[in-house]
Design a protein around this ligand. Structure first.
Ligand SMILES: C[S@@+](CC[C@H](N)C(=O)[O-])C[C@H]1O[C@@H](n2cnc3c(N)ncnc32)[C@H](O)[C@@H]1O
Length: 368
């Protein structure tokens, strides 16, 4: 029997530990590129050649999760496309079809165990009108999830640091890449680091390849997310420090018998922040897109000292799924209780940490 690909959804529902209640950091990132997104669509999308020939305009959000973030993203795209379409309607079209308005198909993609129920129960008015039809697409975006030549604008934010899986070698005690002492960052040197890099490049290439097939010629792919400046390693950033601290808590729990040491040693987060040059290299290697925009954006919380409560809640909502997948249920409360205590004893010194980077990329599918 075929098995589903590994999948680690964000914490579901709308309770205190849910992603909807604990994703203001990602929301701030989305807000920070809202105007840039509008500007890019207004300038780069071309109705009169490709990609748009009919009356249905198709938008997809890859790795949408659920809640306000994806609705804001998709709403912004729809409103911008609508406005541009109205402004650019030819005189002939205005006379022929004065009342005809654009219709939208919106595809929400995420892993099958994403909380699609909450997503569809909370669809805002804009996305549930007769002119806007919403669909769920439960599948890994590292393969094709939509028909060929069907999407006019694809979008993804804060998703591509999630690998399809942690590289196998880093969890293998017989491999030189065995990443025994940490769940990602501290030992991320030499072979282990290389294994993560190879996995990222493979996954990112698969993502771009799949989108190249799904987007219509002239269609746009808008990508935002997190990476690292070339001279910065993950362990020197505040997110690296926090991930290592969560790893330390797991090792402490193994010492006190809550879990087994081998379980912690074989646990590696399927997460990788590429360096900018690695990111650029993979995108350039796929010959199907022109890079219209690739720039650094300042995260609105970049200069803030985030509170311990904020850090614990954010990482709990994100890592709940992946930790439960490996260790089984029942360990999350204790783990994040320990993490909160450790953070109180050893608060992150944001001033000493190096900054990670946020990027904004717009690709245009070549019309061959
Ligand atoms: C941090 S959340 C970001 C959600 C949303 N885009 C936002 O900006 O708030 C990352 C999302 O990517 C999804 N994801 C990770 N790997 C995926 C994959 N291979 N295929 C589809 N979705 C994936 C996760 O399930 C999760 O919902």
């Amino acid at each position: 029997m075929a098995t589903l690909p590994l999948s680690y959804p964000m914490s579901g529902g709308d309770g205190p530990h849910s992603y909807v209640r604990n994703s203001s950091y990602q929301k701030a990132a989305i807000d920070s590129v809202k105007e840039k997104t509008k500007e890019a669509i207004s300038k780069i999308l071309d109705f009169h050649n490709q990609p748009f020939k009919g009356e249905v305009f198709r938008v997809a959000d890859f790795g949408c999760s659920f809640g306000q973030n994806t609705f804001d993203v998709v709403g912004n795209i729809i409103q911008t496309v609508e406005l541009k379409h109205k402004q650019e309607k030819t005189e002939e079209e205005k006379i022929k079809n004065p009342k005809k308005e654009l219709e939208f198909h919106v595809f929400f993609n995420d892993q099958p165990n994403n909380d699609f129920n909450t997503l569809f129960k909370t669809l805002p008015l804009l996305l549930s009108t007769r002119r806007c039809f919403a669909y769920g697409v439960p599948s890994s975006f590292y393969g094709r999830v939509l028909p060929r030549n069907s999407i006019h604008i694809g979008h993804t934010s804060y998703t591509l640091h999630w690998l399809s899986k942690a590289p196998e070698d880093v969890g293998d005690r017989n491999s030189p890449a065995w990443n025994k002492d940490s769940i990602q960052c501290t030992s991320l040197v030499g072979e282990a680091s290389n294994a993560y890099r190879v996995q990222f490049k493979r996954d990112m290439a698969d993502f771009i390849e799949a989108r190249a097939e799904e987007l219509v010629p002239g269609g746009l792919m808008i990508i935002s997310g997190q990476c690292l400046p070339d001279d910065v390693s993950m362990v020197s950033t505040w997110k690296g420090v926090v991930i290592d601290m969560i790893g330390d808590c797991l090792f402490d729990m193994a010492k006190s018998g809550v879990t087994r040491e081998e379980m912690v040693e074989s646990f590696n987060l399927p997460i990788y922040f590429p360096n900018t040059s690695e990111l650029e290299e993979v995108i350039e290697q796929n010959g199907c897109f022109r890079i219209e925009i690739m720039e650094e954006v300042k995260h609105p919380m970049e200069d803030e000292t985030l509170s311990n409560d904020f850090i614990v809640s954010k990482f709990r909502a994100i890592f709940h799924g992946v930790i439960e997948e490996h260790f089984g249920g029942g360990l999350i409360d204790e783990l994040f209780g320990r993490f909160a205590k450790k953070l109180t004893s050893y608060p992150v010194d944001f001033k000493k940490c190096r900054k990670d980077m946020q990027y904004f990329i717009v690709l245009k599918r070549y019309v061959f």
